[in-house]
Design a protein around this ligand. Sequence first.
Ligand code: ATP
Ligand code: MG
Length: 359
Amino acid sequence: MSRTNRIHSIAVIPGDGIGKEVVPEGLRVLEAAAKRYGFELKAEEHAFASCDYYLKHGAMMPEDWKERVSGRDAIFFGAVGWPDTVPDHISLWGSLIQFRREFDQYVNLRPVRLMPGVPSPLAGRQPGDIDFYVVRENTEGEYSSIGGRMFPGTEREVVIQETVMSRVGVDRILAYAFDLARSRPKKHLTSATKSNGISITMPYWDERVEAMAANYPDVRWDKYHIDILVAHFVLNPDRFDVVVGSNLFGDILSDLGPACTGTIGIAPSGNINPEGRFPSLFEPVHGSAPDIAGQALANPVGQIWSAAMMLEHLGETEAAAGIVAAIETVLAEPSLRTRDLGGRASTSECGRAVAEALS
Ligand code: ATP
Ligand code: MG
């Protein structure tokens, strides 16, 4: 990790569709940030992890992909998928899922923040009212693939799938979430559970939360069953600061959160290996959007905000905050918004405006 030196080396993977349009805008803003805040960025772009690459080579990535990116400080990713030519399960499993697994990116992090100029489906909320993080466990839990069918096709058919929670796996995501809560002004953590219905794994999760909380006496914490928690996301989003959940609950919350704050075009995410043993990956929440690709309509803000998350991870806290502030300046100006936000700016007009607001 280059937290102490200020030369950051990143692998850039635009991928497919609008990924190839929004990644250049993210890089434009990163370069402006480097100039303004005085760090150095070494970016190497890769054409693999795209469906074009798959059609040429019969695989999403070259065999030596790991060596090519493992020395980097981070991966700046666009979007992958072009279902007309390559089925989604091939493109996704051959790229993003490989990074998550091989690089032990056990944290999925998504900010939920209401921005100016972005209509929220939640009536009467103002920017500043909603500002929290969802932390999802990204490697175990409900998505174990352990189980199977017994007596398939018969009247006695039974289907079982196991949830796996290890102490290491649970504790490391909880430690990350508590650390994050500790770093924020409200110092508040909420845990998603369902220990009244899921009677073995979820009580264990609760137990580990309580044990971890003992190490963080300065962090207030509470827990909600997932069914009422989703209702609070919609009814009382101002209640949250850091929300942590297992793989399944985190998956649900990390889509619901950004949905509560408006368009999918602005939401960023990080797949993080916090110790920095492997590179972490930053990408917008949206996909490759084949329906608008090639028309300069894509909103680049999700990619640009992902760049800010990447800089935060690399220790460039000031630059990260500067980018988020520049995004807010641009979104507040109707003429600089893209079509999904009711504006008429093109992808690069919006991206350039953020870069200018930064410098
Ligand atoms: P995934 O690839 O995660 O499966 P998906 O293919 O279901 O996602 P997206 O590619 O994100 O979905 O597109 C969903 C809808 O949102 C599409 O109508 C698309 O045009 C729109 N959309 C996605 N990203 C953006 C963006 N950056 N700007 C504007 N519209 C977008
Ligand atoms: Mg898709």
